[in-house]
Write a protein that binds this ligand. Structure first.
Ligand code: TRP
Length: 330
């Protein structure tokens, strides 16, 4: 039996190297296993809960799609599509709202956090909450259940969403005919923390990211901004610092060992940063070229996503047919 693997990528913000090592690279490694059938999609309707303008949604969708293609996603091996092109998602989502207890949605982290914030600032409990946010877990369950998914690779922050999808699956199968497949999460709990410019975890909300794709000059400037201690160039340096933490992500074992020794002998942080820049840049350069190619040829990206949607819909149409029969509309 083949494993059906599915994951959604929210098109928000510019992808950074934390995203690459935490999500993109591990997901692409799953594609090489012959036992896996992979569906990766851009969750544009999930992004709609926060997006402000059409330009923003369009730009981020192109950025994210170009990023995954540049990082090595092969559209012949992965069904790669946009959620908004799969109409069956929204039909299934509507159906699933009817087997989802409201209390389950009240407990979802993102909604709950917003309510708690409102409560602290003594505003109306549902201030700033749209129904997209409230129903977010149901839409995500529809994404997953539509493709008979077995495994959903996601970060720890999505664990509750997977549990909700499983609950919804159970509710549906118990109430109607058992025609939805129970998914499991493939949760990456302990990926090594990737440090940002200030030494905290790399995150958009800390404003300390290294973008995956920017010009060589920008990359150099950003790397030079990494915060270091005030030790002198001649002083020996250990491995407990941001520069080494980043270096070893991109390096081979031998390169890592050599860099470790160089630090121990004592080099200036400026030189260490320069070594880091050279390494990252040589790793990213071929991907950056592909990225720029896709970004300047959006039609090629759109065609790839359209092809993917056509393939995906062969499956989603079958599922929705089973579901429609199960609930009695057909
Ligand atoms: N909620 C996910 C995130 O924010 C994105 C997502 C949407 C997703 N639908 C999905 C992930 C289905 C896995 C499966 O990252």
């Amino acid at each position: 039996m083949k494993n059906i693997i599915l994951t959604g990528i929210k098109p928000t913000g510019t992808p950074h190297i934390g995203n690459y090592f935490g999500a993109i690279k591990p997901a692409l490694e799953l594609v090489n296993n012959e036992n896996n059938i992979c569906y990766f999609f851009i969750a544009d309707y999930h992004a709609l809960t926060t997006v402000e303008t059409r330009e923003e949604l369009k730009a981020h969708t192109l950025e994210v799609a170009s990023t995954w293609l540049a990082c090595g996603l092969d559209p012949n091996k992965v069904v790669f599509y946009k959620q908004s092109d799969i109409k069956e998602t929204f039909e299934l989502s509507t159906i699933l709202t009817n087997v989802t207890p409201k209390g389950l949605m009240n407990r979802a982290h993102a909604y709950k956090a917003k309510c708690e914030q409102n409560s602290i600032s003594q505003t109306d409990i549902d201030d700033g909450v749209n129904m997209g946010l409230y129903n977010y877990p149901i839409l995500m369950a529809a994404d997953i259940l539509l493709f008979n998914t077995n495994l959903v690779p996601v970060g720890l922050d999505q664990k509750q969403h997977i549990e909700i999808a499983r609950d919804i699956c159970t509710y549906f199968n118990n109430k109607f005919k058992k025609c939805l497949t129970m998914p499991d999460g493939l949760i990456t709990e302990n990926v090594a923390t990737i440090l940002g410019l200030d030494g905290r975890k790399m995150s958009k909300s800390y404003n300390n990211i290294i973008p995956l794709f920017c010009t060589e000059n920008e990359l150099k400037k950003i790397i030079m901004r990494i915060v270091t201690d005030s030790s002198l160039p001649s002083e020996p340096k250990g491995t407990d610092n941001t520069i080494f933490n980043l270096y070893k992500l991109f390096a081979t074992k031998e390169q890592t060992e050599a860099f470790k020794q160089k630090l121990a002998r004592g080099i200036g942080w400026g030189e260490a940063k320069n070594d880091l820049f050279e390494l990252i840049n040589s790793y990213i350069k071929p991907m950056r070229e592909k990225y720029n190619y896709y970004m300047t040829n959006p039609q090629i990206v759109n065609n790839i996503l359209q092809d993917g949607a056509n393939k995906a819909r062969q499956i989603s149409k079958e599922t929705i047919k089973r579901v429609r029969t199960a609930i009695g509309v057909e």
